[in-house]
Design a protein around this ligand. Structure first.
Ligand code: ATP
Length: 361
């Protein structure tokens, strides 16, 4: 019998609601296909951990995560943490730094029955995850921002050939399995050294993949192109902050921020799966959050960390079936009052999953 240990980090805001949904789907998927022993290891993070350990990412959580085969993370609301913690890396930054989660992979695609701004989208963003313009994770020690006077702040961007080389290889390798096109997104015309190094290094890596078509675009132009012709892109590779912004845009183009899963891959083989969206404090506790991004992150975990392709595909097909049937959470519903609550949409995905398994087992 196979045995899996999954770390579960609920996070803040809507985190507990959607991670709960994710666990229901994982349990349903893992129990349908084969006998397996699954242990869900819940570790405190965010506000829960501040209350229990006075620390948003306690050392005990890090130690437990090291013993798991993969983790599901809910979003966090670090902007609301007590003032004393603002000097610290936020939970995402801390996990990315500690576990060297260097490649944040964010797919975006058109889904059946969901009216997107652009049709036929099927792209994936490879976001460098350990440095770039996010100063909470680009230093070995401390945070790369300084307040020189109350009216002067300095924020650093960090770009290293090593980090750019490995995200570029990850992107090109993925392109080889897809439509063989990579778009390098940068701002080398203005940020000549940092973004210039990013562009040049990606172009050097590209030489090892002669069958992949390569183009490069400035981040501002890319933001505009995505709205008009997102369907033309296959793999996009970019630095940390540009990738974060572009993936929010890509999610809205195909439907909603509540739909996009992500995987953060590490050099250690221990990977993290989470939705791309934040903790949405404005709708927390109302049972209206869209759980599909987190549910699709479960599929990504099963495929990437456990090589359970059938189970992963069954989850994705169940999500598609639910959307095709017209069921919607509030963020996707065109008409006021005609939406399903989080629990109901989760239930519908579990039903569709069981239905799907009946036809293939
Ligand atoms: P962060 O910087 O942590 O990523 P953010 O500032 O980008 O967070 P979000 O928390 O992602 O902001 O929320 C942005 C908007 O999207 C809010 O109006 C929120 O309600 C909505 N939203 C985010 N996630 C979901 C979801 N799963 N379901 C429904 N609405 C969502």
């Amino acid at each position: 019998m196979k045995s899996y240990r999954i770390g579960v980090l609920k996070g803040d805001g809507i985190g507990p609601e959607i991670v709960q949904a994710n666990m229901r789907i994982l349990k349903a998927a893992l129990s349908q296909f084969q006998e397996s022993f699954v242990e869900y290891v819940e570790c405190p993070i965010g506000f829960e951990a501040i209350h229990s350990h006075q620390d948003p990412v306690p050392a005990s959580t890090i130690e437990e995560l090291k013993k798991c085969h993969g983790w599901i993370l809910g979003p966090h609301d670090s902007a609301s943490y007590p003032e004393i913690l603002t000097e610290r890396r936020n939970p995402s930054g801390e996990l990315r730094h500690t576990f060297d989660l260097f490649a944040n992979i964010r797919p975006s695609q058109s889904l059946p029955g969901v009216q997107g701004l652009v049709q036929n989208v099927n792209l994936v963003i490879f976001r460098e995850n350990t440095e770039g313009f996010y100063p909470d994770r680009n230093m070995y020690h401390g945070v790369g921002e300084w307040m020189i006077t109350p009216e002067v702040a300095i924020s650093t961007g960090v770009f290293t050939k090593k980090a750019i080389t490995r995200i570029a290889h990850a992107a090109f390798q993925s392109a080889m399995e897809r439509r063989r096109k990579v778009t390098i997104v940068h701002k080398a015309n203005v940020i000549k050294l940092g973004s210039g190094l990013f562009l040049r290094t990606c172009q050097e890596v590209a030489k090892a993949y002669p069958h992949v078509t390569v183009e490069d675009l400035h981040i501002d132009a890319m933001a505009a192109h995505l709205v008009r012709r997102a369907g033309d892109f296959d793999v996009i590779v970019t630095e940390n902050m540009f990738g974060d912004i572009l993936s929010d845009e890509a999610s809205m183009i195909t439907g909603s921020l509540g739909m996009l899963p992500s995987a953060s891959l590490s050099s250690t083989g221990l990977h993290l799966y989470e939705p791309i969206h934040g903790s949405a404090p404005d709708i927390a506790g109302q049972n209206v959050a869209n759980p599909l991004a987190t549910i699709l992150s479960a599929a990504s975990l099963l495929r990437t960390s456990f090589a359970l392709e059938e189970e992963a595909a069954a989850i994705e097909e169940a999500v598609e079936a639910v959307l095709a049937s017209g069921k919607r959470t509030k963020d996707l519903s065109a008409k006021e009052g005609t939406y399903q609550i989080t629990e109901d949409i989760t239930h519908a995905v579990v039903d569709a999953l069981k239905q799907r398994v009946k036809t293939i087992v």
